[in-house]
Design a binder for this molecule. Structure first.
Ligand code: ATP
Length: 305
């Protein structure tokens, strides 16, 4: 069974007498233990999609299924969902860590004793046990974020909606949260990660879905997407300098030359053309440049606008 299935959902809003199609036929799916990075520029339709998944707004068309149930038809489906959508704002600041966890556990339908047991497990797992009796307001931003994630997991959901989990965190807290996200997925929880931090998405996600103007424009495994878009770009470094003729011919072949000794070239055929021209200069380096998710994202957005 899929942890999440979103099938062709659409949603429009009225804005000053005009109809804005916020989400148009979006389909997504997530297996247990999978991290899907859901990416898009501001206003692309991410929040609307997430709110539909979380049962907060009704879609005009299409349906959602969380581990077997539609949250719009059967609210029980929401018991299989955990969400960290506004980071530490999900928490009660004057309650202790323990109280927050137990309160949200009971709210999600756990008995008092089960909520207490799970709270202890999570405090232990998230290395917050020694802080359990402190109030949330006295914690660092990183600890609050860890607690917000722990709270979303109190009822052991099948799906976790995670929005900008490392926003505003320092380097150490960011590493900490990243590690936790990996562990949570490894333990079988599916994670829908929304972020503008593409390096984070690249590091954590198994798959990527990119939304633009309400439509999914790419959905593939992170590795596959990077491979598909890596258009064989090379950096060549030579010992010594290119002479004027070499420089002119190399540039005529479409390469870019820096400091008369570093050459950037795209495409296999051009690479060998450039290497011919460089002969017999000794080569210090020939390196294939890998595309990253940031470049792919920008390239896709540019191509389609
Ligand atoms: P961001 O990254 O800035 O949060 P987003 O990808 O989450 O953006 P949405 O908030 O889903 O985008 O918005 C998609 C479109 O729908 C935008 O054009 C937005 O102005 C519009 N929209 C969203 N909510 C409403 C609303 N309640 N009423 C009218 N229009 C809305």
């Amino acid at each position: 069974m899929k942890a999440l299935e979103v099938n062709s959902i659409s949603k429009s809003y009225r804005q000053g007498g005009q109809l804005v199609k916020a989400v148009r036929g979006v389909s997504l799916s997530l297996k247990a233990g999978e991290v899907l990075a859901f990416l898009g520029a501001n206003g692309a339709g991410k929040t609307t999609t997430i709110k539909i998944i979380a049962g907060l707004i009704e879609p005009d068309a299409g349906w959602v299924n969380i581990a077997g149930d539609d949250p719009h038809r059967n609210p029980k489906a929401l018991r299989r969902l955990g969400a960290v959508l506004e980071g530490n704002r999900n928490l009660y600041w004057r309650l202790t860590l323990e109280e927050n966890l137990e309160y949200f556990g009971i709210l999600k339908g756990l008995s008092g004793s089960v909520a207490r047991r799970r709270a202890k497990n999570l405090l232990d797992r998230f290395e917050l046990m020694d802080k359990r009796q402190m109030t949330v307001q006295t914690l660092s931003r990183g600890m609050q974020q860890k607690l917000a994630i722990a709270t979303a997991l109190i009822h052991n959901p099948s799906l976790l909606l995670l929005d900008e989990p490392t926003l505003g965190l320092d380097v150490e807290a960011t590493q900490n949260v990243k590690m936790l996200v990996r562990e949570i997925a490894k333990a079988g929880c599916a994670i829908l990660l929304t972020t503008h931090q593409l390096d984070l998405a690249e590091e954590l996600s198994h798959r990527v879905a990119i939304i633009q103007k309400g439509e999914i424009v790419a959905q593939a495994s992170t590795r596959e997407l990077i491979k598909r878009f890596s258009s064989a770009a090379y950096t060549i470094e030579v010992e010594g300098e290119l002479d004027l003729i070499q420089l002119q011919v190399v540039e005529a072949l479409g390469a870019i030359v820096q400091n008369n000794s570093i050459i950037y070239v795209r495409g296999n055929q051009r690479l060998y053309g450039v290497l011919q021209v460089l002969k017999p200069l000794p080569l210090l380096k020939v390196k294939k440049d890998g595309n990253n998710l940031t470049e792919i994202f920008l390239q896709l957005i540019r191509e389609r606008s």
